[in-house]
Design a protein around this ligand. Structure first.
Ligand code: NAD
Length: 346
């Protein structure tokens, strides 16, 4: 059986909770190397997964035996580490947001094209059961014409998630570049594009309202206009204390579809004629205890390598979702609606 030798760069929360256990569970993978600037973290994961430990990612991307790399690093390192890995002939699974600028994302896509290696961005929302089912329902036209939507992702903040807690890079503008919009908003930008098509215009208020320790945004309210002409809202926040909200509601001609809005029924459709359909599906991943269900991201990445076909979320797709949040930041700065393609004023 063909086995892919994988290196995981960055041994923080996303690596420990999702990438490493999901690679280990995949029979087609051997975890060859792990890397973290904090040596004890790399050593601990190396011991747990039978891999070699490194503190310098530059050494890891040069390892002959490594076929593929997971980039589980702070946002400002996504582009340089991905590009170095692709140039060294490795396939890359990079965490979201793909990069901190369109120029970086374009450079990553150029490196993937030149090296002819796979670049996938870890937008796991597309693999959530309720979201997959919603896509099926929308494609069948069960809701008729779609009029509007609202989608939100919020929780109490990354201090409850990042391995470095209150001292996390998530709060450091130089390393994160963007706050709740990069952490959570980009997930919903990707989801709404997946379900309803491309975003063409963005208006937004993006502020820091709940966290005194940071200059990055922790609360954003955006209005999106889609290629089809419909408008809806996207909100992202680190100010939803006491729980999380990961819900999406789509309002159509024939009814309303609610996703991840009910703890038992992750997809509900309430039709205009009075009928309701409730689907009990696999749970979405949350930061809470027991919330680490399989993301399907790792298995999809490995399948795309086995089948030598493009993954669902290529670098091009990651860049389109990134552009939505960059447009929101720009709209907030300039107080002008932004067009996505060129980030021009409307
Ligand atoms: N897909 C998702 O749902 C999801 C969820 C959470 C985080 N993420 C993304 O994953 C990435 C990592 O986030 P996290 O939550 O694991 O953060 P984290 O703070 O828990 O871990 C980051 C790790 O990177 C290490 N690191 C920093 N600089 C390094 C370097 N130069 N070389 C090697 N290691 C280095 C740190 O020591 C730390 O262990 C971020 O881009 C984040 O947006 C994605």
């Amino acid at each position: 059986m063909e086995k892919f030798k994988v290196a995981v760069i960055g041994c923080g929360s996303i690596a420990q909770k999702r990438h490493l256990p999901e690679y280990q569970a995949n029979p087609h993978v051997e975890i060859a190397a792990v890397c973290d600037v904090v040596e004890s973290r790399a050593e601990e994961m190396a011991k747990k997964y039978g891999a070699k430990a490194f503190t310098d990612y530059g050494e890891v991307v040069k390892l002959d035996e490594v076929d593929a790399v997971s980039v589980c690093l702070p946002n400002y390192l996504h582009a340089p580490v991905t590009i170095e890995s692709l140039n060294a002939g490795k396939h890359v699974l990079c965490e979201k947001p793909m990069a901190v600028s369109t120029e970086e994302a374009e450079a990553m896509n150029r490196a993937a094209a030149l090296s002819q290696k796979t670049l996938m961005i870890a937008h796991n929302q597309r693999f959530v059961s309720s979201h997959q089912k919603a896509k099926e329902i929308l494609e069948r036209g069960d809701l008729g014409k779609i009029y509007t939507f609202r989608t939100t992702f919020g929780h109490g903040g990354p201090e409850n998630w990042s391995i470095d807690g209150e001292n996390s890079w998530f709060f450091d503008k130089e390393k994160a570049f963007v706050g709740a919009m990069g952490d959570l908003g980009v997930h919903k930008a990707d989801l709404i594009r997946y379900l309803l098509g491309e975003v063409t215009e963005v208006g937004a208020f993006v502020q820091t309202s709940a966290k005194d320790q940071t200059e990055v945004d922790d609360n954003a309210v955006c209005i999106l206009k889609m290629e089809s002409g419909l408008v809806g809202t996207l909100t992202a926040s680190w100010s939803y204390v006491g729980g999380s909200d990961n819900s999406t509601v789509i309002y159509g001609e024939k009814g309303i579809m609610q996703l991840e809005n009910d703890p038992d029924y992750s997809l509900q459709v309430h039709y205009k004629n009075g009928e309701s359909v409730h689907h009990r599906l696999d749970k979405i991943q949350t930061n809470e205890e027991g919330g680490q269900t399989t993301t399907h991201v790792i298995n999809h990445f490995i399948e795309s390598l086995q089948n030598r076909c493009a993954p669902l979320i290529t670098g091009e797709e990651g860049m389109k979702s990134l552009k939505v949040i960059l447009a929101a930041l720009e709209a907030n700065e300039t107080k002008q609606i932004q067009r996505i393609s060129s980030l021009e004023k409307v």
